[in-house]
Design a protein around this ligand. Structure first.
Ligand code: F6P
Length: 384
């Protein structure tokens, strides 16, 4: 089929696209959305490999119609990603400020605007390139953690939510059969969105998130009460960043941490190797061990880890990425830069980057999802 002619009059002539930070399902759908819309407006599109590192190392690839076709459903990112920051980049064993090199490389390619797909770190790095080097940028909010400020949702979250929910569903059947407690550790860094969302969708009996420090005795009482009501299994969805309240559990954890660090120091000195670290008990194991002691109920753990970031994006994410990407294309046509394309209600809207960079959106403790969880008898780790 013959391609429609590009629309004339774009204020932007050439862009670079990069993906940065942890990968997630939907990145390729977003790359495709931005690139196809840009090509529609007659804008030349270059892909930057491996995030800001590729920009510093001058690694660009052309993203034409062929390169961006057939990638909508692929997981990961065809461009590769890294967690490198332009101003603090490890180079030959040293951390260097490579901002000027990054900017010079972009200018050499005649890039009018760099489109950065990423989470909180990426918003900050993009802002830095604009503020310190005057390079115009546009960003899209990506992360399974859903913790980027000024947008209702980030892409990648819906796919991870589906994966974590399916895992909790599967854990239900085995927990029921063995009358066990199963603790399922969910990613999310410092934010509890994923654990809370998947916990509600999967019908977890307990949900522990970083925003609400938990009291294990309260959790144990809830599990015992469920037993007394004939419910012989329980599922606990715990966010990787969840932490205990000060007091019983908090004091315990602090003391243990101090002891571990002292032991580590002793070993490092003895062997003259600062890389020696003691393996720490994982959060889900610690909770399982403590709950088993408090309740006498057999407990098991499952940590979902990077499975949550892999595989094909959900339909919701494909739609979201295509919408965000194509709105970015329209902003490029208009020459409107230094914005993050956000979702507000049913609209995709540009938000000035300075309003979002450096801020995190955690779960407010009075968020409607928490109210919902409590109304279906989910223990949130504290007395209501
Ligand atoms: O930010 C996304 C995320 O998956 C977090 O939920 C998690 O804490 C972190 O990345 C894991 O990072 P890495 O893949 O570098 O181990």
């Amino acid at each position: 089929m013959a391609k429609a002619k590009a629309v004339k009059g774009s204020k932007t002539k050439c862009i670079g696209i990069l993906t940065s930070g942890g990968d997630c399902p939907g990145l390729n759908a977003a790359i495709r959305g931005v690139a196809k819309a840009a090509l529609h407006y007659g804008i030349k599109v270059l892909g930057v490999q491996d995030g800001f590192r590729g920009l510093v190392e001058n690694r660009f690839i052309p993203l034409d119609d062929k390169a961006t076709s057939g990638i909508l459903t692929y997981g990961g990112t065809i461009l590769g990603t890294s967690r490198d920051k332009p101003h603090k980049m490890p180079m030959a064993g040293k951390e260097m400020d490579m901002t000027d090199v990054a900017i010079a490389n972009a200018r050499r390619q005649q890039i009018d605007c760099l489109v950065c797909l990423g989470g909180n770190g990426t918003q900050k790095n993009a802002m830095h390139l604009f503020k310190e080097g005057g390079l115009p940028v546009l960003t899209l909010p990506k992360t399974i953690d859903n913790d980027v400020a000024e947008t209702d949702i980030t892409f990648g979250f819906d796919s991870a939510l589906n994966i974590a929910t399916e895992a909790i569903d599967r854990l239900h059947t085995t927990a029921t059969s063995h009358h066990r407690v199963i603790i399922c550790e969910v990613m999310g860094h410092d934010a509890g969105w994923l654990a809370l969302g998947a916990g509600i969708a999967g019908g977890a009996d307990v949900i522990l998130i970083p925003e609400i420090p938990y009291n294990l005795q309260v959790v144990a009482d809830h599990l015992i009460e469920r037993r007394q009501h004939g419910k012989r299994f329980s599922i606990i969805a715990v966010a990787e960043g969840a932490r205990p309240e000060e007091g019983l559990n908090g004091e315990d954890a602090k003391k243990k941490d101090k002891k571990r660090r002292a032991q580590e120091k002793r070993l490092q000195e003895e062997f003259g190797d600062s890389e020696i670290h003691l393996v720490q008990e994982s959060l889900d194991s610690r909770i399982a061990r403590q709950l088993q002691r408090l309740t006498g109920i057999e407990a098991r753990t499952t940590s979902l880890g990077h499975v949550q970031r892999g595989g094909t994006p959900s339909a919701g994410d494909r739609l979201l990425c295509t919408r965000l990407g194509t709105v970015a294309g329209q902003l490029l046509f208009e020459g409107k830069y230094n914005q993050m394309v956000a979702i507000r209600g049913s609209e995709c809207v540009p938000v000035p980057l300075e309003k979002t960079a450096g801020k995190k959106r955690l779960v407010p403790v009075d968020h409607p999802w928490i109210h919902t969880a409590r109304l279906v008898d989910t223990c949130m780790g504290t007395r209501p």
